[in-house]
Design a protein around this ligand. Sequence first.
Ligand code: HEC
Length: 205
Amino acid sequence: MLQRSPVTIAALRLALGSLLLATLSIGSTPAAANAESDRHKRERSETVARGEYLVGLLGCGRCHTEGYLTGTEATGPLLAGSTIGIAWSGFEGAAERPGLVFARNLTPDPETGLGGWREADIVRAMRTGVSKDGHQHLPVMPSANYAMLDLDDLRAIAAYLKSLPPVVRAIPGRTEPGTEPLHPYVRFGVYRFDPDGSVSERPLP
Ligand code: HEC
């Protein structure tokens, strides 16, 4: 028969004691704090869901997801940027070598995406067209329209972007007109071609 040694009994008491303590501490967690945190989580997930809806509606992925600029489906991860550039200058001389701009990686990777941005930085960039590093976005990124969004909608968009899985994906930097293009690109939105053959560029904001 198993001998109950004092050590076994002491261990049993200890185990029972901690069980009791654990039960007590669960019981003593204020129900109000739990309800508060549940409410916070629910509101947060509603905000993220609204952000997802708005990002879909506003077509962010049409530029910021690889594939859509030249095709009809995504060929890269959602909102992780496009390595197909968008030409932003059509002036004579620069027509063959336009400047290129690339829709950035919007996922929260710290190095290649928006990981180092706070939600407020995203909201500010959307409202002003100025990046966190201070550069003015070209009007290819329709910031002027997005600046009209309600603050709550912009916050929801920012919350959704921060909730995306981070994707490590370096996107080429913007190039100036006259630079040899190193990446494929599309042209849109920045030029005006007139019947007399003249080409003019949409002014920067
Ligand atoms: C027509 C293409 C296009 C659409 C649509 C678009 N973007 Fe952009 N976006 C760009 C381009 C191009 C840039 C880079 C602009 C530059 O640096 O001059 C950019 C830059 C950004 C930046 C700044 C990133 C940085 O590193 O500075 C953010 C944030 C952003 N876009 C978010 C969005 C969101 C959110 C949406 C949808 C609500 C959206 N974009 C829709 C093309 C687009």
